[in-house]
Design a protein around this ligand. Structure first.
Ligand SMILES: Nc1ncnc2c1ncn2[C@@H]1O[C@H](COP(=O)(O)OP(=O)(O)OP(=O)(O)O)[C@@H](O)[C@H]1O
Ligand SMILES: [Mg+2]
Length: 318
């Protein structure tokens, strides 16, 4: 099958914080590609960047032949994305929501209704599709969000934690939908914390940790290389095995002047408290001496400076 998604040296920074660094992978039609990683690893950021919801800081992705930097509108037509922040309109019914998003993609009324019928059957939404989405349970809302993401029948489906909050039955329905999409030749990217699902479903997986990819292979190869018997053990081993300096380098900006001076918030707060205590001592013990009083003022100035710097520093880190 053809390569439908090619991610090349993708890097995404938020101010001076590197959330994703030099991520590379490719995924083909007719396969389910897993993107795994602990909380905060950079999975959602990677997927949102590929889906053109975020602009990469550097690097790119080619989606169905279109570059995310140069042809974002074409990319959007060929990609369907489910992320945790995807919204549906509470005041509209499930059907009305899907019709609305179908129209946004320029689909004809006939195509929209045909597609709604297909998705409603596949995702088992027939019992509630006419009801207002505001009254839906978590699982119903998630199914509607999935249907919304794929209403235009895209070639590449990106599912970021699609089964989160779903019961066993609903999870099964969503996983079956992914398998069916794969069988139809679609390229499915699945990000999940459910290792069992990834093991069962994914043809290949990439593991991302602290913004960097640390593995990209078939599940069985990853298990062989790590000498483990299941993906969960392999995952834990890989995460633990990455040397501390390697994992922290891309995202904590260890080389910056601030880090080299050890200006962590904890350190700064301690310095400020010591400076204030010093000022207090000079005022209390030797109030009559002009020089000591000047020292007291100096301490306060230093403490205020440190506190202001700390505020700025903590804000920049967020
Ligand atoms: N808009 C943003 N501004 C600043 N930092 C952000 C932003 N979005 C994400 N981050 C940071 O980027 C890092 C990666 O976040 P991301 O949501 O991609 O992780 P994730 O792998 O999807 O984690 P999870 O498994 O918890 O969903 C985190 O440290 C997060 O705080
Ligand atoms: Mg996420």
């Amino acid at each position: 099958m053809d390569t439908l998604l090619l991610v090349k040296h993708l890097t995404k920074k938020f101010h001076d914080f590197t959330a994703v660094e030099d991520v590379n992978f490719e995924a083909r039609g007719g396969e389910i590609f897993g993107l795994l990683g602990p909380n905060g690893a950079g999975k959602t950021t990677t997927l949102r960047t590929i889906a053109t919801a975020l602009q990469p800081t550097s690097g790119t992705a080619i989606v169905a032949g279109y570059d995310i930097n140069e042809q974002p509108e074409e990319v959007k037509k060929h990609i369907g994305v489910l992320t945790t922040d995807i919204g549906v309109y509470d005041r509209l019914s499930g059907r009305e929501n899907l019709s609305y998003f179908g129209e946004l993609y320029g689909m004809s009324a006939v195509d929209i209704q045909r597609r709604i019928k297909e998705l409603s059957d596949l995702l088992e939404m027939n019992d509630f599709i006419e009801r207002r989405a505001g009254k839906y349970s978590t699982g119903m809302k998630q199914k509607l969000a999935i249907a919304r993401a794929v209403i235009h029948n895209p070639d590449i489906l990106i599912f970021d934690e699609p089964t989160s909050g779903l019961d066993v039955l609903a999870s099964q329905t969503v996983l079956n939908f992914m398998k069916r999409s794969k069988d139809q030749g679609k390229c499915v990217i699945l990000s999940t914390h459910q290792m069992i699902d990834a093991e069962r479903l994914c043809d290949r997986v990439a593991i991302i940790h602290q913004g960097r990819m640390i593995a990209d292979d078939t599940v069985s190869n990853i298990e062989n290389i790590t000498r483990t018997e299941n993906l969960e053990d392999a995952f834990l081993k890989l995460i633990k095995d990455v040397p501390a300096e390697k994992t922290s380098a891309p995202i904590t900006n260890n080389n910056s002047l601030k880090s080299r001076l050890m200006l962590t918030p904890k350190w700064i707060w301690s310095a400020a408290i010591i400076a204030l205590a010093g000022a207090h001592l000079f005022f209390q013990i030797l109030p009559q001496l002009e020089t000591q009083r000047s020292f007291g003022y100096l301490f306060i100035v230093v403490a205020v400076f440190i506190l202001m710097f700390n505020k700025y520093y903590v804000r920049r880190r967020r």
